[in-house]
Design a protein around this ligand. Structure first.
Ligand SMILES: Nc1ncnc2c1ncn2[C@@H]1O[C@H](COP(=O)(O)OP(=O)(O)OP(=O)(O)O)[C@@H](O)[C@H]1O
Length: 357
């Protein structure tokens, strides 16, 4: 098989009785594919990446590339590029000579080297920076130079470990888009470690969700959202509630709950807003109609705010597992309901997913 194949990978620290950081992971990354490893702090993302790089030995399992076993192959002979949080540029080299470093060690002819450096500085948006001292660069510029340096020798796989985590949010978002474009434009196969959901979904063709040393699911972003393989994956993605259904769960996503804007027979409708339920109805709980999972529930408004072009309504509601505080949306151009209002909420199928038990 072309590309990276990890089978049954185990990484342990501290020998027997120590920490198992990676606990039997299988992972494939096809040629030209960008895979993000996403998971909470300490779940083993970096350890897995380091094992692929050859920086950490495997206690069990194997790493192969294009079918060739890499056990015992040292880091610098794997043909992989590495980019870490701190790109660690060479302070005594200018920008061009930093980018050229790998090409020098490969004894690439001077003219070819200069052309490749120009091409990469152009790709990372730093054309004309050749002679700048790295001490004069901003944090974002440094990481872009580090990316150009990692890409210069045309690695068959680029491994990135939280490459932007030291940068501020706005810059991180911009760089994530740039890096995606550079990786796609150069056809680079890459594994990208991050704990930032937005970053993972921006950069990657597929996202692998890790927890406690295990890879729970690896899938394209839209598939991950549409069909989380387990409740753990759905919770990690941000599904906010789980309604028991068919032995599994109906997971209610951030956009999965809607405040009814239309008048209902048992509601005293505001002319232009949320349908208010009879004020004497018990707070929370009690399905108004329909089967569990399809019905309309009574909910009590806790707060409402206008956000991103619509009204976000925080409600207390019992979808079947006790009263929970969830976020619902009021899609109509309507004034927000007030705290304490009793409203009807309905599941929005487009924002929900069926999750196996
Ligand atoms: N060199 C080490 N020696 C001992 N334990 C380690 C070492 N490196 C990592 N660990 C432990 O292994 C587990 C996984 O760590 P790892 O750094 O792979 O997780 P991570 O998902 O990358 O976390 P983060 O996002 O915080 O970097 C953690 O419990 C960590 O404490």
């Amino acid at each position: 098989m072309d590309g990276l194949a990890v089978r049954g990978a185990v990484v342990r620290y501290g020998g027997a009785g120590g920490t198992t950081a990676v606990d039997g992971v299988d992972l494939d990354v096809a040629d030209g594919e960008i895979l993000a490893l996403l998971g909470p702090s300490g779940c083993g993302k970096s350890s897995l990446l380091r094992a692929v790089a050859g920086l950490e030995p495997l206690a069990a399992g194997s790493v192969t590339y294009d079918g060739a076993d890499l056990t015992g192959v040292p880091v610098h002979r794997r043909g992989f590029g590495l980019l870490f949080q701190d790109g660690q540029l060479f302070a005594h080299r200018d920008v061009a000579r930093n980018v050229a470093y790998g090409l020098e060690t490969m004894r690439t002819p001077r003219a070819e080297r200069a052309a490749r450096v120009r091409e990469l500085l152009d790709a990372v948006g730093l054309a004309g920076y050749e002679r700048r001292a790295v001490s004069t660069l901003s944090g974002g510029e440094r990481q872009r130079v580090a990316l150009a340096r990692a890409l210069a020798p045309r690695p068959r796989l680029l491994l990135l470990d939280e490459p932007f985590s030291a940068l501020d949010r706005a810059l991180r978002e911009r760089l994530a888009v740039e890096v995606r474009d550079v990786l796609r434009g150069t056809g680079t196969t890459a594994v990208f470690v991050t704990h930032d959901h937005d970053e993972a979904f921006t950069v990657a063709d597929r996202v692998g969700v890790m927890r406690a040393g295990r890879l729970l699911q690896a899938a394209a972003p839209e598939e991950l959202w549409r069909a989380p393989a387990s409740r753990a994956v759905a919770e990690f993605l941000g599904y906010q509630a789980f309604v028991p259904r068919d032995g599994g769960w109906l997971a209610v996503g951030p956009n999965g709950l809607r405040v009814e804007a239309s008048a209902r027979p048992d509601a005293s409708a505001r002319p232009d807003g949320a349908a208010l339920l009879d004020a004497s109805a018990p707070p929370g709980g009690a399905v108004v109609d329909g089967a569990a999972g399809d019905g309309v529930w009574r909910a009590v408004v806790v707060a409402a705010a206008f956000r991103r072009g619509r009204v976000e309504v925080t409600v207390d509601v019992d979808l079947g597992g006790g009263v929970e505080r969830l976020v619902a949306h009021l899609t109509a151009d309507a004034p927000a309901p007030a705290p304490g209002d009793k409203v009807a909420v309905r599941l929005d199928a487009a924002g929900c997913a069926v999750v196996p038990a």
